[in-house]
Each structure stands twice: as structure tokens, then as C-alpha cells.
Design a protein around this ligand. Structure first.
Ligand code: ZN
Length: 77
């Protein structure tokens, strides 16, 4: 089983909002970029986060449905 990348990326960049390894002295995502480029990264990062959360909600919804079906089946027996 692989360790999720998010655990290794423990420091959050104040400029672009992305996480990077604590060992790195500068943020690898926005180092050397212009403010406009950083803004684009932030926007893309926010939209990807929104996508993840909606996927999470869908999984929670499916898990809830499975639990309801299991309870119904258990009550029938
Ligand atoms: Zn950064």
C-alpha cells in the first residue's frame, strides 16, 4: 500500500496555497513564476479541490444507500 502524497507534502505555500515537502527551501510550484501565473495555479487548484469534494459527496451518498439496502435486507431475514 502506497503512502498518499499529501502526507509527505507537509508545508503549505503562502503564495500559491499548494503543499510541498518540508525539505524544500522554496515552493516548487510557484518559485520563479510571476504573480499572474501564481494566480492561475491557485484558481486551478481551487477548481480541482471542488471536484474532489463533489466526488467525496457522491461516495458518501452511495455508501449511505448501501447501508440503507443492507438494513432493509437484514430486517427482511
Ligand atoms: Zn507556492
Amino acid at each position: 500500500m502506497r503512502v498518499p502524497v499529501k502526507i509527505a507534502f507537509s508545508r503549505k505555500c503562502k503564495r500559491c496555497g499548494l503543499r510541498y515537502p518540508e525539505k524544500a527551501s522554496v515552493c516548487p510550484h510557484c518559485d520563479g513564476l510571476t504573480d499572474d501565473q501564481v494566480r492561475r495555479i491557485r484558481l486551478r487548484h481551487q477548481s480541482s479541490l471542488a471536484g474532489h469534494s463533489s466526488t467525496g459527496r457522491l461516495f458518501m451518498y452511495i455508501a449511505g444507500l448501501i447501508i440503507v439496502v443492507m438494513v432493509i435486507l437484514m430486517l427482511k431475514n
